[in-house]
Design a binder for this molecule. Structure first.
Ligand SMILES: NC(=O)C1=CN([C@@H]2O[C@H](COP(=O)(O)OP(=O)(O)OC[C@H]3O[C@@H](n4cnc5c(N)ncnc54)[C@H](OP(=O)(O)O)[C@@H]3O)[C@@H](O)[C@H]2O)C=CC1
Ligand SMILES: O=C(O)CCC(=O)C(=O)O
Ligand SMILES: [Mg+2]
Length: 742
């Protein structure tokens, strides 16, 4: 290749974006000295919103960096470092729009109920940005997430605190036994290069095309399922009554961000059942102010100002009666009275269930105390795995991070596999009838009887994605000499199709001497837990949703946080997508940062991703210097862990910025110590010296700023100059880095 090798580093949101203000200058200075360009692409929620309105913004228009990266991901040249970004719920989207408008961008309001073509167009643009709109575009490969040995050893040496489990804990998972996606799932393997249409044939004789054209390839698995609204409502009522009877908190765990169409509807049904009395007594008022239960009870609070004084007091009195009569809700923030049902994006199942399991099975109640909780996870497809963990903790006590084994994951997600790509094929059914999936020859492939209010969902899983996933699993099992379990349930229609493919593709590989099994998720969880208790590792090979769930669950149990995970997506076209950690954008870290100039974000995920990205660059471009940089960074990461330089949890210790200093210093020292590249050695020797000699001054400059309010000029679109200044307060460190570029 003639171009300068390039790594594209993503600018995202919240805590990872703040961390980038401090870390990226280090990366650019180091990589620059080795002739590697590190460029940025802005895929923050704010940038993605602005990119939707080029014609309105004129000279303020913003390039669609996400679209560009999405195209790049399908080429062998891709080398992208991807930090976590906000997958926006509707309330978050509206807040971001309001902030951008205040900053002078003349974008329209979010039209909740569009009436004109212009409004419908604006809503369609905003809906493209909503939910998990980034990851499915960039993830043109399957995922390989694991704790590198150095990280696992670090966790064993410095075990994090795990809450004790009591055998008498009343915490449990509740799921539906009928009427859920699991019950109704149908699945087929398509046979030609063609397309299907999804239509609703009404019992009233009507025929509504829900989606006219969906391209399908031969060998592709299609499935569809229905969540029955009446059954869900009845189930929620029973769980509210049961939580009250048992004296547990009521909590709801969904993925309203990633599953942006189906899960907000399920969230909304739960809100309507929990706050049923509000509807009974004030239905007309709620309709008048346009309360949207799918956006949470927070939407009602936001709109209370539109009511008269008397109306507001009546509504507030009813809410108080509801809280008195119903079981307590799990709290997101007890001090501020923010509950699990406030906003659909506050409690996200992948992170919320592990947090509950780490905290002795409890969630926070209104008094700010941990209390046993009923975890409502309506659909049975995946809910059962968490009950297995809870049962295990009740029987055997909490897991011990000092001795437990590891469960890495190989996850199917390429080409929008499974539920991941279902959003444009998920519908709230407007009236009773039959949904039919028909191909271009008129053949009916699947049918579902539906009633008004039900959620219909169709998913696609490409054959090539499954083949690549099986290959990745076999390679991982071989490389790490570890048993691998495919978590697939022969009782599920979709999984039965996938099992056939797995069995078929396994035959393409040499699996001699490997322990590869196919177990249902519940059995696979039991098997893996029994092994980790003995200190043994087991690779989980899962579909997309379990990939998401398990890559927070096991890291949070094993390492205290998924931030310490290596998370690689070998792109099917040959490029590399290097994700940082497996967790989210930690909004509460930003709140702490602006309140007290202290950022708890742990960038280890970024360090690991950068090392893997440099190594990939060296391998694909033959750039020797990138290889030297990668090896030195590996040494630096090892020292960083050995010396435990992650952010401390308390003000006065090093935070994210301090941890970046240590990483930069160890990296520079390793480059100064190596002998394979004399020029790099010469360039880094004085820098390493400046960083070592300057240690006391640098730490003083970094720690000295803590403890006061910081202004970064925006939440969704912080002011770059202000954020740079806030995140780079050490003149001594900045000068050492500048000397590299000089
Ligand atoms: N890859 C992506 O782009 C992802 C994006 N998201 C998005 O992130 C947002 C928040 O989601 P949520 O599910 O609450 O997940 P988060 O991972 O942000 O929050 C859960 C908790 O994880 C811990 N945590 C995660 N990363 C770090 C880190 N690097 N350093 C220290 N602690 C960390 C913190 O817990 P504690 O205090 O217990 O240590 C944090 O409060 C949402 O907008 C969501 O859509 C979520 C997942 C992945
Ligand atoms: O895309 C998202 O919304 C979240 C992704 C996520 O949680 C994950 O990949 O682990
Ligand atoms: Mg996740």
């Amino acid at each position: 290749m003639t171009d300068t090798p390039k790594i594209l580093y993503t600018l995202t949101d919240e805590a990872p974006l703040l961390a980038t203000h401090s870390f990226l200058p280090i990366v650019q200075a180091f990589a620059g000295s080795a002739g590697v360009d590190v460029d940025t692409r802005d895929i923050s929620l704010a940038a993605r919103i602005l990119a939707q309105f080029p014609e309105i913004l004129g000279d303020k228009k913003v390039n669609d960096d996400l679209a560009e990266l999405g195209e790049l991901a399908k080429t062998p040249e891709a080398n992208i470092i991807k930090l976590p970004n906000i997958s926006a719920s509707e309330p978050q989207l509206k807040a971001a729009i309001a902030e951008l408008q205040k900053q002078g961008f003349a974008i329209p309001d979010y039209p909740e109920d569009p009436q004109t073509d212009v409004e419908r167009d604006a809503k369609a643009r905003y809906d493209r940005v909503k939910g998990s709109a980034v990851n499915p575009v960039l993830r043109e490969g399957n995922s390989d997430r694991r704790a590198p040995l150095s990280v696992k050893n670090y966790a064993k040496k410095h075990p994090h605190r795990m809450g004790k489990w009591n055998a008498a804990s009343k915490s449990h998972v509740a799921h539906m036994d009928d009427g859920d996606f699991f019950a109704s799932e149908k699945s087929v393997t398509f046979d030609h290069n063609g397309k299907v249409q999804i239509e609703l044939l009404g019992t009233d004789g009507s025929d509504v095309i829900l989606k006219a054209k969906t391209k399908v390839l031969p060998g592709e698995v299609l499935d569809c399922a229905v969540m029955r609204a009446d059954k869900l409502a009845q189930f929620i009522d029973e769980q509210i009554a049961d939580a009250k009877a048992q004296g547990t908190l009521f909590s709801l765990h969904l993925k309203a961000t990633m599953m942006k169409v189906s899960d907000p509807i399920m969230f909304g049904i739960t809100v309507q059942r929990y706050y049923k009395k509000l509807y009974d007594q004030h239905g007309k008022l709620l309709a008048r102010i346009g309360f949207e239960p799918d956006n949470g009870i927070g939407d009602l609070y936001a709109k209370l100002g539109e009511l008269s004084e008397a109306e507001r007091s009546a509504v507030e009195a009813t809410i108080a009666e509801i809280y008195a009569a119903n079981p307590g809700l799990a709290m997101v923030n007890s001090d501020k009275g923010i509950t699990n049902l406030h906003v659909p994006s506050d409690v996200i199942v992948d992170a919320s269930m592990p947090a509950m399991i780490r905290d002795s099975g409890g969630m926070w109640n209104a008094k700010g105390e941990l209390q046993d909780a009923k975890a409502v996870i309506p659909d049975r497809c995946y809910a059962g795995i968490y009950q297995v963990v809870i049962d295990d903790c009740k029987a055997n006590g909490a897991f011990d991070p000092a001795t437990m084994g590891s469960v890495p994951n190989v996850g199917l997600m390429a080409q929008k596999a499974e539920e991941y790509g279902s959003h444009d094929k998920t519908f709230r059914i407007p009236h009773d009838g039959t949904v039919r999936v028909t191909d271009d020859t008129g053949k009916v492939w699947m049918e579902q009887d539906v009633h008004a209010g039900d959620i219909f969902r169709m998913c696609q899983t490409k054959d090539a994605a499954v083949a690549d996933w099986v290959k990745l699993a076999v390679n991982r099992a071989r490389l790490s000499n570890t048993p691998a379990v495919f978590w697939l349930d022969a009782n599920r229609a979709h999984d039965r199709e996938i099992i056939q493919k797995v069995e078929h593709y396994l035959r393409d590989h040499d699996t001699s001497g490997l322990d590869i099994r196919i177990l249902s998720p519940v059995e696979a969880m039991k098997f893996s837990l029994a092994r980790i208790r003995k200190g043994e590792d087991t690779i989980s090979v899962t579909g997309n949703v379990l990939r998401d769930y398990l890559t927070d669950l096991f890291p949070i149990m094993e390492l205290g946080t998924s931030a310490k995970m290596l998370s690689i997506v070998p792109l099917m076209a040959g490029g590399g997508l290097f994700e940082t950690g497996a967790g989210g954008s930690a909004p509460k870290h930003v709140q702490q940062f602006v309140a007290e100039d202290y950022l708890r974000w742990d960038s280890l995920g970024e360090f690991l991703a950068l090392q893997a990205s440099l190594e990939h660059l060296a391998n694909t471009t033959g750039n020797e210097r990138a290889s030297v940089l990668a090896d030195a960074l590996d040494v630096a990461n090892g020292r960083f862990l050995d010396n435990d330089k992650s952010p401390s949890r308390k003000l006065g210790g090093i935070d994210n910025r301090g941890s970046h200093y240590w990483l930069a210093r160890y990296w520079a020292e390793a480059l100064a110590a190596q002998d394979s590249d004399a020029e790099l050695k010469a360039a880094f020797t004085p820098v390493a010296k400046a960083m070592v000699d300057g240690e006391a001054k640098i730490l003083e400059e970094l720690i000295g700023v803590q403890g006061k309010v910081v202004d970064i000029g925006g939440y969704y679109r912080p002011d770059t100059t202000k954020a740079d200044a806030a995140m780079r307060p050490s003149a001594t460190l900045n000068a050492a880095l500048a000397s590299l570029q000089g």
